[in-house]
Design a binder for this molecule. Structure first.
Ligand code: ADP
Length: 254
């Protein structure tokens, strides 16, 4: 149930693999570090990666008289996490469900989970715009959605996908908090020169074109990749990185 939730932020992307779950996780951790109680809901039913990113694989969701108790990522119980990943026996088990079953599960995530006293609920959505997104919006009901953060990589083709996300938000009345351009160049650790492996600036140009805030660029950073590979995101936020600066700016806007 969402009655105790003060803010809701959706994280969207046009494609998979652009860093949407990384951004969702780091945004949740940055908010937690800033002293807020945070919920992180993974509605990417076919590719749930949040339990892996937070080293929570194998944890169980418990049932209480009030509903499903989310998994807490920390001892102080400041970061509550819910994902289909906790309900699957095996990390690699695929979810082969038709629309209604997926819709039912997302509804349960929003209405049956005890999201108690949550300042910010961050919802990591599947790539694209699908039934899952519409179900989320329908089931937020009384809770105001503060808006969406759209994650893209700089290539033109990814940027085209973002245009679809922008259109979706506008049609469904979701305010767009801003666009983050991830994997934007690689900074050489030896000489500090930035090489734009893909083209660059696409996210910013699109943000200007569709008149939404551009939140910033995150370079390809081996440290970010390692956090995921070791499931260490929960232990190591990146306090001085561009990622952290982007999120501080983002928090000011929510
Ligand atoms: P998505 O949720 O869009 O599918 P993920 O957040 O799972 O994408 O990221 C895909 C992969 O890319 C992960 O292995 C992640 O660690 C890595 N990654 C994401 N952003 C960066 C970055 N800025 N630098 C290096 N690796 C990154």
């Amino acid at each position: 149930m969402l009655e105790g939730v003060k803010h809701v932020v959706l994280v969207l992307s046009g494609k998979g693999g652009v860093g949407k779950s990384t951004v969702s996780t780091q945004l949740a951790l940055t908010l937690k570090e800033a002293g807020f109680k945070v919920g992180l809901l993974d509605v990417d039913l076919c590719g749930p990666s949040i339990p892996y990113l937070l080293n929570l694989e194998g944890k169980d969701v418990h049932q209480s008289t009030k509903g499903w108790v989310p998994v807490y990522a920390d001892e102080e119980q400041k970061l509550a996490v819910m994902s289909i990943g906790f309900l699957l026996k095996n990390r690699n088990d695929g979810v082969v469900w038709r629309g209604p079953k997926k819709t039912g599960m997302i509804k349960q995530f929003l209405t049956d989970v005890v999201w108690e006293d949550i300042d910010y609920l961050i919802i990591d959505t599947p790539p694209g715009t699908s039934d899952e997104h519409i179900t989320v919006m329908e089931n937020l009901r009384s809770v105001k959605c503060d808006g969406a953060v759209i994650v893209t990589t700089p290539q033109a083709v990814a940027v085209d996908d973002v245009l679809r996300e922008v259109t979706f938000c506008r049609k469904t009345g979701i305010p767009i908090i801003g666009i983050v351009e991830n994997m934007s160049g690689f900074v050489c650790p030896t000489c500090s020169e930035c090489t734009n492996i893909f083209s660059s600036g696409g996210g910013q140009a699109l943000a200007e074109m569709v008149k939404v805030p551009f939140l910033g660029r995150i370079p390809i950073d081996p440290a970010v990749g390692k956090l995921a590979d070791k499931g260490q995101s929960i232990l190591v936020t990146l306090p001085d990185s561009e990622l952290a600066r982007i999120f501080r700016r983002l928090i000011e806007q929510i």
